[in-house]
Design a protein around this ligand. Structure first.
Ligand code: FAD
Ligand code: NAI
Length: 465
C-alpha cells in the first residue's frame, strides 16, 4: 500500500468539499480531494443546481416564445421543441462547469484522487489500494435522494430528480410527489414543455418551511400556469404497468383525496438524506443524529479528533452556498483563524416563474418566538420596470423588529427574486434597519426599487402604493 502525506484530505468533491479544498490550498496547506464520481462538482454541478437551472432557463424561454412574445408585439410561429438539443445544452453547461473545477484544482495544486474514500482511523484515508495520511480529514460526502416506501425508483417510470433531468421524451402526464423545491422547479420544466403535471403533497400547503403568505401566492400563480396540486395527500404505493404507473393515494394531514392517480411518469422528490455509506464510520467515534446526519461541534469537528464534516451531510439547509460557506470557514479554522457561519442569514431561492426567495425569519417563526415585528409590503404591480417586463406578479415583504427596526427577514415572490434577495442578505449581514434600506438611493427604473418601497412601507410611507 503506497502512502502519501497531506495537511488536509477532503472526502467529497461537491460545493462543500471542493471549496474547502481550494481555501485550504490558498492558506498554504497541502491538500487532496477524494471523489468517487468521475467528475468533480458533486450533486450541485453534476445532477442538481446547474443542470436544473439550464433546463429551467431553456424551458422558460420556450414558454415565453410561445405565450408571451405576442403581448410584447413580437409575432412568430409557435416554437417547436427540440428536446435533444435542449438536453445537449444542459449537458454542455454541466461539462464546462465540472471542467472548471479541474482547472481550479490544478491552479491551486490540489491533488484530485478518484475513488471511494474510506476512513481507517484519525489521519488515515484509504482509496482502493492506496493509503493516504493527513493531519485533518474533512467529510463532505453530501446527500442522496430519499425514497418513499412502496415506490421503487427505477429512473425509467419512477424517477428521482436525476432521472427527471434527463427524460428522453416529454411525458403526457407526470405526477410529482412532494411540493418542495425540486417538485416545483422540475414540475415547472416539464409542464412548460407540454406534460400535464399534478403535484401531490403530504402537507396542507406547498413549500413547507417558507413564509406561508409566499407559499399561498406561489400556489395561486402556479395553478394559473396549469400545475395541479393535491395537498394533504400521501402516496402509499405504486404499480408500474406497460404504459403508465398507478399510484395509491390516501388522505393525509387535514384530509385530502383517496382516488388512485395514473401517470406516464412519476417523480419522487420528498427530500434528501445525508450520505455516509462506505465511509467506514462504524469503526470511529462519529455520531449520527436521528436523520442520519453527522454530528459536529461549532468548529465542524466530529467526536473523532481531527475529523470534520460540512455541507449536506451535517444539519442545516441542504443548499450549495451553505456548504460552500462551511467549507471556507472550516479551512480558516484549520489554518488557526476564527470564523463562523451565520445560519440565520442563508438565502434560499426557488427558481420558478415567478422566483421565490427568502432570507432570515418568516412571520410564523417570529410569532412562535414571541418577537414583536412590523411588516412592510410592496407589490411588483406598482413597479414600473416589472410592468415594462410584463412580469408584475408577486410582492416583497420586509419584517423588521418593532423595537429596533432591525430587519429580521425578507421574503420575495416576483421577477428576479433570487437576485433581489442578495441586497436583502447584504443588508441583514450589516445589521441594517428598514430605515437604512429606505434611505438608500435605488436606481430607477429597477426591480430593486420594490425593496426600497417595502422598507418605506414598514413605516407606512411607501411612495408608489
Ligand atoms: P454534494 O454536492 O452531494 O457532494 C458530495 C460528493 O461526495 C458527491 O460528488 C459524492 O459522489 C461524493 N462522495 C460521497 N461519498 C464519497 C466517498 N466515500 N468517497 C468519495 N466521494 C464521495 N442547492 C442550491 O443552493 N441551489 C440550487 O439551485 C440547488 N438545486 C438543486 C437541484 C437538484 C435537482 C438537487 C438534487 C439539489 C439542488 N441543490 C441546490 C442542493 C445542492 O446540490 C446541495 O446542497 C449541494 O450539492 C451540497 O453540497 P455538498 O458538497 O455538501 O454535497
Ligand atoms: P424538500 O424538502 O424541498 O420538499 C419535499 C416535499 O415533499 C415537502 O413539501 C414535504 O412535505 C413533501 N413530502 C414528504 N413526504 C411526502 C410524502 N410521503 N408524500 C407527499 N409529499 C411528501 O425536498 P426536495 O424538493 O426533494 O429537495 C431536496 C433538497 O434539495 C432540498 O432540501 C433543497 O434545499 C435542495 N434543493 C434546492 C434547490 C434550490 O435551492 N433552488 C433546488 C432543488 C433542491
Amino acid at each position: 500500500m503506497a502512502e502519501s502525506n497531506y495537511d488536509v484530505i477532503v472526502i467529497g468533491g461537491g460545493p462543500g468539499g471542493y471549496v474547502c479544498a481550494i481555501r485550504c490550498a490558498q492558506l498554504g496547506m497541502k491538500v487532496a480531494c477524494v471523489e468517487k464520481r468521475k467528475t468533480y462538482g458533486g450533486t450541485c454541478l453534476n445532477v442538481g443546481c446547474i443542470p436544473s437551472k439550464a433546463l429551467l432557463h431553456a424551458s422558460e424561454r420556450f414558454e415565453e416564445a410561445g405565450l408571451h412574445f405576442k403581448t410584447l408585439g413580437i409575432k412568430c410561429s409557435a416554437p417547436e421543441l427540440d428536446l435533444k438539443a435542449m438536453m445537449r445544452h444542459k449537458d454542455s453547461v454541466v461539462a464546462d462547469n465540472v471542467k472548471g473545477i479541474d482547472f481550479l484544482f490544478k491552479k491551486n495544486k490540489i491533488d484530485a484522487i478518484n475513488g471511494l474514500g474510506q476512513i481507517a482511523a484519525s489521519g488515515e484515508v484509504v482509496v482502493g489500494k492506496h493509503k493516504y495520511k493527513a493531519k485533518h480529514i474533512v467529510i463532505a460526502t453530501g446527500s442522496d435522494v430519499a425514497g418513499l416506501p412502496g415506490l421503487d425508483i427505477d429512473e425509467e417510470w419512477i424517477l428521482s430528480s436525476e432521472g427527471a433531468l434527463s427524460l428522453p421524451k416529454v411525458p403526457k402526464s407526470l405526477v410529482v410527489i412532494g411540493a418542495g423545491v425540486i417538485g416545483l422547479e422540475l414540475g415547472s420544466v416539464w409542464r412548460r414543455l407540454g406534460a400535464e403535471v399534478t403535484v401531490v403533497e403530504y402537507m396542507d400547503r406547498i413549500l413547507p418551511g417558507m413564509d406561508v403568505e409566499l407559499a399561498r401566492e406561489g400556489k395561486k400563480l402556479f395553478e394559473r400556469q396549469g400545475l395541479k396540486f393535491k395537498l394533504s395527500t400521501k402516496v402509499t404505493g405504486a404499480k408500474t404497468g406497460k404504459r403508465s404507473v398507478t399510484l395509491t393515494i390516501e388522505p393525509a394531514a387535514g384530509g385530502g383525496d383517496a382516488q388512485n392517480l395514473e401517470a406516464e411518469r412519476v417523480l419522487v422528490c420528498v427530500g434528501r438524506r445525508a450520505f455516509t455509506k462506505g465511509l467506514g464510520l462504524e469503526h470511529l467515534d462519529i455520531a449520527l443524529d436521528q436523520a442520519g446526519r453527522i454530528e459536529v461541534d461549532d468548529r465542524f469537528e466530529t467526536g473523532q479528533k481531527g475529523i470534520y464534516a460540512i455541507g449536506d451531510v451535517i444539519k442545516g439547509p441542504m443548499l450549495a452556498h451553505k456548504a460552500e460557506e462551511e467549507g471556507v470557514v472550516l479551512a480558516e479554522i484549520l489554518a488557526g483563524q476564527s470564523g463562523h457561519v451565520d445560519y440565520n442569514i442563508i438565502p434560499s431561492v426557488v427558481y420558478t416563474v415567478p422566483e421565490i426567495a427568502s432570507v432570515g425569519q418568516n412571520e410564523e417563526q417570529l410569532k412562535e418566538a414571541g418577537i414583536a415585528y412590523k411588516v412592510g409590503k410592496f407589490p411588483f404591480m406598482a413597479n414600473g420596470r416589472a410592468r415594462a417586463m410584463n412580469a408584475a406578479e408577486g410582492f416583497v415583504k420586509i419584517l423588521a423588529e418593532s423595537k429596533t427596526d432591525r430587519v429580521l427577514g425578507v421574503h420575495i415572490i416576483g421577477p428576479e427574486a433570487g437576485t433581489l434577495i442578495g441586497e436583502a442578505t447584504m443588508a441583514m449581514e450589516f445589521g441594517a434597519s428598514s430605515e437604512d434600506i429606505a434611505r438608500t438611493c435605488h436606481a430607477h427604473p429597477t426591480l430593486e426599487e420594490t425593496i426600497k418601497e417595502a422598507a418605506l412601507a414598514v413605516d407606512g410611507r411607501a411612495l408608489h402604493s
